[in-house]
Design a binder for this molecule. Structure first.
Ligand SMILES: [Zn+2]
Length: 298
């Protein structure tokens, strides 16, 4: 019956079995210890992992919160930055508005050198008085430019050339009214001032970007050739103007070789009053008005 030790089991056998039991106990205890240690390590690892995970999640939340904050900050600080996706569209649109103030080229304080082109608007505080410079067409120019034109016309007549002012000062008022009406439509729909301006600009041309708005630009032709085309350059009137206009304070504003700079095609009829001294200096320099003003500010 091997299920229990026989009564006559020897002392040495009992000791051996006791030792074996003790060894098993120690083994179990050691195993428990190892198990606990492994458990602790596991708990620590998992705990650390969870801690890290929570940390990442929390960071993510903070980041998104922070970016949300910064977005709202830019929104509140400047309306234009509120929709970064529409920036390319709004940027060029807002350019002319700011360039009128910031990109004021050097004019040596001479109002007659004021630049007006596709990118630079007539100054908002522009104030001139005009008068009729050509009786037959009733076209007007700024007073000083009108006087200069009339002198030039007389001088040309002495040389047997007849000049005709076919376009001079053009009011921006009518265009401004149209523009304001268009802008108001978008303001009424809840757009900001800037957004409404940009929107209106896509429909109505911005007033003030034509040199004719300044009262200093004159489209000069001759009765025999009143069409505004490049063929006008071949007329006696055009040739006379090329040679003598600067003596009366007028420059050829859009020369054939300056189209890339002026952004305007060759217009042999379009003259710009800048005053005699300026006209002579600019003509001698071979520069167009943009280049000349750049030189002054450099
Ligand atoms: Zn013109």
């Amino acid at each position: 019956m091997p299920s229990y030790p026989p009564r006559d089991m020897s002392e040495s056998e009992r000791r051996r079995r006791a030792a074996a039991r003790a060894r098993r106990k120690r083994q179990v205890a050691r195993n428990r210890l190892i198990f606990c240690a492994v458990c602790l390590v596991l708990i620590a690892t998992v705990g650390f992992g969870v801690f890290k995970l929570v940390g990442v999640l929390t960071d993510g939340k903070e980041n998104s919160g922070a970016s949300g904050q910064s977005t709202s900050q830019t929104t509140s600080s400047s309306g234009s930055a509120s929709t970064s996706s529409s920036e390319p569209a709004s940027e060029p649109a807002s350019e002319p508005a700011s360039s009128g103030e910031t990109v004021t080229p050097a004019t040596d304080g001479d109002w007659r050198l004021t630049l007006v082109n596709n990118n630079v608007a007539l100054p908002e505080d522009w104030q001139i008085t005009t008068k009729v410079a050509e009786a037959s067409t009733q076209k007007e120019l700024a007073d000083e430019a009108a006087d200069a034109y009339m002198q030039m016309k007389q001088a040309a007549a002495v040389d047997g050339v007849e000049l005709l002012l076919c376009s001079g000062y053009r009011t921006v008022e009518y265009q401004q009214n149209l523009f304001d009406q268009e802008k108001q439509k978008w303001l009424d729909q809840g757009m900001s001032e800037e957004e409404a301006y940009d929107k209106a600009k896509t429909v109505v041309a911005v007033p003030g970007y034509s040199e004719h708005n300044s009262g200093l630009a004159a489209d000069i032709v001759t009765p025999d050739h009143q069409t505004l085309d490049s063929a006008f350059a071949n007329t006696d009137a055009a040739k006379w103007l090329f040679e003598h206009a600067p003596e009366y304070g007028f420059i050829l504003r859009y020369p054939e070789d300056k189209q890339a700079i002026t952004g305007i095609i060759y217009e042999p009829w379009h003259y710009r009053y800048v005053g005699v001294e300026n006209a002579k200096a600019i003509t001698e320099s071979g520069k167009c008005l943009e280049e000349y003003l750049d030189g002054l500010s450099a």
